[in-house]
Design a protein. Structure first.
Length: 152
């Protein structure tokens, strides 16, 4: 495990060209030769490992990403309606908005179409009632929505 961590650090942009990386490369080729791997395979494996270096994460980045993942999982598990509304309002997620609205219905939410009396610009939630936001109406200009809120 210690050498793997040294390799990970040595492959980062900050440490490329470091003598530690050169030592690890030499040891890699020596080990490949000792195990009887063909001379054509070892350089290709080394190339693939090095190409991964641009995608590897630091421990701090991995840890902070894990925290966000666990928090999202907690919210999705214990507050599924609110979580789905937040994803919809964020215009995020991997799937289309329609799928998130369908998922919202599966949680027991009552999804209402955009309504002058109940909707805001973004999708909102009050208890089990979710009002689709005006932002989801194609070609509806923001100035029209702003006029609605000025009158209130």
């Amino acid at each position: 495990m210690g050498e793997a961590d040294i390799l990970r650090r040595a492959m980062s942009v900050k440490y490329r060209g470091n003598e530690e990386l050169q030592r690890i490369k030499k040891k890699f080729f020596d080990n490949c030769k000792e195990r009887g791997y063909a001379d054509t395979i070892s350089p290709e494996i080394k190339r693939q490992i090095e190409s991964f270096g641009g995608y590897s994460f630091s421990k701090a980045h991995s840890a902070s990403y894990a925290v966000v993942s666990y928090q999202s999982l907690f919210l999705k598990t214990y507050y599924p309606k609110e979580f789905m509304v937040a994803v919809i309002n964020n215009f995020g997620g991997f799937y289309s908005r329609e799928l998130y609205f369908l998922e919202l219905r599966k949680t027991g939410a009552i999804v209402h179409l955009p309504c002058v009396n109940g909707s805001d610009y973004n999708t909102n939630i009050k208890g089990d009632n979710v009002h689709v936001g005006f932002v989801h109406i194609k070609s509806l200009e923001l100035k029209i929505v702003e006029r609605k809120f000025r009158k209130l």
